[in-house]
Ligand binder design. Structure first.
Ligand SMILES: [Mg+2]
Length: 163
C-alpha cells in the first residue's frame, strides 16, 4: 500500500511557542526563519516510521525562499532522519486568488497516483481549506503543540494502523 502524507509546516512542525522565533542553532537558515519544534519533528518521524508513508510538502514553505530541500534541511536540523521528502504540491490560481489547498492536493493526486495502484493519503494541516478532501485531514492546533503524539495516533488511525 502506497501511503502519502501531505504535510503543512506552520502550526504542524511548529506551534505558538516556536514559530516566528529564531533558534540560535538554526539562525543561519536565513532571514525570516520561523523555526520548527524538535518535539513536533520527532512526532513526524514516528508517524513516517510507523506508516511507511512518503511526504509531499503542501505548506507555503514549498515556495521561495524555502522550497522542498531547504524546508527538509530545517527539519533535519531539528532531528528529522528521513527518508527524503518526495515532492511538493502545485500552486494553483483562479484569477489572482490561490485555490484552496484541497484542490492543490487533488491536482497532485491526479497527476501522480496510478489508478490501479492501491494508495491512501492523509493531510496534516492546522488549516481546514481541504474542500472535498476534508475527511482525510488531521487538523493540528498551533496553540496546542502542533503535531502532538495524539495527532500522530489520529493520522495512523486514518491509515488503519491501531496504536
Ligand atoms: Mg499551517
Amino acid at each position: 500500500m502506497k501511503r502519502i502524507i501531505f504535510l503543512d509546516v506552520d502550526g504542524v512542525l511548529n506551534h505558538h511557542k516556536t514559530a516566528h522565533r529564531v533558534d540560535p542553532e538554526t539562525a543561519d537558515d536565513g532571514p525570516g526563519f520561523r523555526g520548527m519544534s524538535p518535539e513536533c519533528v520527532k512526532n513526524l518521524q514516528t508517524l513516517i516510521e510507523k506508516s511507511g508513508a512518503q511526504v509531499v510538502l503542501s505548506s507555503t514553505w514549498r515556495k521561495e525562499p524555502y522550497g522542498l530541500d531547504n524546508t527538509e534541511r530545517v527539519a533535519r536540523r531539528q532531528g528529522f532522519k528521513g527518508p527524503r521528502w518526495i515532492d511538493i504540491t502545485p500552486t494553483l490560481y483562479q484569477g489572482f486568488r490561490e485555490l484552496e489547498r484541497g484542490h492543490e492536493i487533488q491536482a497532485w493526486l491526479d497527476e501522480h497516483l496510478k489508478k490501479d495502484e492501491p494508495s491512501e493519503f492523509s493531510i496534516i494541516d492546522d488549516d481546514s481549506d481541504m474542500v472535498h478532501l476534508l475527511p482525510r485531514l488531521v487538523q493540528t492546533d498551533p496553540y496546542n503543540g502542533g503535531l502532538t503524539e495524539a495527532k500522530v495516533a489520529e493520522a495512523l488511525k486514518l491509515f488503519g494502523i491501531e496504536t
